[in-house]
Design a protein around this ligand. Structure first.
Ligand code: SUG
Length: 429
């Protein structure tokens, strides 16, 4: 028996709009806008609280140290800190070194529950995120954090796949696990550039295959599906922008998968599937990308499955009609959450969380300091209000004071989450 935890990425103090994410329409259209890191982090915490109140086990993944001055120096920038900041900004690299993108923890890793694996252990692969420079900076630190949070023999940490295009891996955002009783199916969704007219896909099939192999997944529990080229072209840079699965439920857009028989392929291996199909007449791909309906979270409550949708969905007539229909097909209810600061960078509720299905014994082995509780919520709210700015413009990244503030914030956070301070030192190995 496993229970699904949600690990949310705590939004970091340097959250900003740099317009640097390929294929991500929201990121590109908000380039250079003023961000509010404080509001962003509080929104994220409020969402965690909603999930906690619904009875979902909730954990917190700490933000990563930014800016990555060590990375800029490795790229040849030299001199005092001010000079490095100024020269890197001129080359368009400073915002990358400053990105708070680890908040989207759905991209942090792929994690397989012990019941799906031949050796009965939980397997974890931090994502290499090689499709974007700023995101590739996350891989090593994610791996370190996961090792600290999931210690001991029950957990097998593989580290990120080798950094190469053919093994490009964006973690659980392209991975759906369906599950009922003792049956389960892991669906790996990969991209293929052939026929693309606008954007390149980010997940390589070779990466998905390597993950299934290293995680020793039982063969009959694995399926590979290609993401529709038209979906990527419309701005669905991850599959979780056009489909979401939880337990036996799969909410998917008619244009999500390349192969028309994708759902039959799923059903042939997982007969309990409850398919919630949304046609393009009900909601166009463009509106799916705009509202992020498919980036909702589906969670189980005692009353039945609940949809946690972004507040952008609330006012959309087409989405409202879809939700109404789903309520007659087994959905218990929908809640709307305001994660607007993250949404402006293309990150909805489901992007902000990484799911981990754990048995009771495995749950006990998780580092307890990151477990979300009302007390932790209060402490983190206070911490955010003390350490975060309420506005950040592109030119503020040149202010060395922001480095000092961000470091102080993470030092205090290490204490709050009872994690070793050296975990936040990027020079530690
Ligand atoms: O990789 N945005 C992220 C959003 C990730 C959303 N995750 C999921 N769909 N699971 C990305 O595109 C924007 C950064 C900027 O432009 O400042 C960014 O990286």
């Amino acid at each position: 028996m496993t229970e699904e935890w949600n690990f949310d990425g705590l939004i970091g103090p340097t959250h900003n709009y740099a317009g640097i994410a390929a294929g991500n329409v929201a990121s590109q259209s908000n380039k250079g806008a003023e961000s509010n890191p404080q509001e962003a982090a509080l929104e994220g915490l409020k969402k965690m609280r909603m999930l906690y109140d619904l009875g979902v086990p909730q954990g917190v993944l700490p933000p990563q140290p930014r800016p990555r001055l060590d990375w800029l120096r490795a790229l040849g920038f030299s001199g005092d800190t001010e000079t490095v900041l100024r020269d890197a900004a001129r080359e368009g690299l400073l915002s990358k070194a400053y990105s708070a993108s680890s908040m989207w923890s759905a991209n942090a890793a792929t994690i397989s529950p012990s019941e799906d694996s031949q050796d009965g252990r939980v397997h974890l692969s931090a994502a290499n995120l090689v499709s974007g420079l700023h995101r590739s900076l996350e891989a090593r630190q994610t791996d370190r954090v996961l090792r600290a949070i999931f210690p001991g023999d029950r957990f097998v940490h593989h580290g990120p796949l080798p950094a190469s295009r053919g093994l490009a891996d964006e973690g659980a955002a392209n991975h759906i696990r369906l599950h009922k009783d003792s049956a389960s199916l892991q669906v790996f969704v990969y991209g293929d550039a052939q026929g693309a007219t606008r954007f390149l896909p980010r997940q390589a099939r070779g990466a998905s295959e390597a993950i299934a192999r290293r995680h020793r997944l039982k063969k009959e529990r694995v399926l590979y599906l290609q993401q529709a080229v038209r979906a990527v072209d419309a701005g669905a840079f991850h599959n979780d922008v056009v489909s979401v699965g939880h337990e036996q439920f799969l909410l998917w857009h008619e244009d999500a998968f390349e192969d028309e028989s994708a759902i039959e392929a799923i059903r042939s291996r997982f007969e309990d599937l409850v398919s919630w199909r949304v046609s393009r007449d009900e909601l166009s791909l463009e509106d799916a990308v705009k509202t992020y309906l498919f980036n909702s979270q589906i969670v189980t409550t005692a009353a039945g499955p609940v949809l946690i949708a972004p507040s952008e969905c609330e006012a959309h007539a087409g989405v409202k009609a879809v939700i109404e229909r789903l309520r007659s097909e087994g959905l218990h209810e929908a809640h709307f959450v305001d994660v607007r600061q993250s949404m402006r960078n293309g990150g909805g509720p489901a992007c902000l969380r990484l799911r981990v299905a754990l048995t009771e014994e495995e749950s006990h082995a998780v580092h307890s300091g990151i477990r979300f509780t009302p007390t932790l919520h209060d402490r983190l709210n206070e911490w955010v209000k003390t350490h975060y700015r309420d506005r950040l413009r592109p030119e503020d990244l040149l202010d060395p004071q922001l480095i000092t503030e961000s470091q102080a914030a993470l030092e205090t956070l290490a204490e709050i989450l009872t994690l070793p301070p050296k975990l936040f030192d990027v020079n530690e190995r």
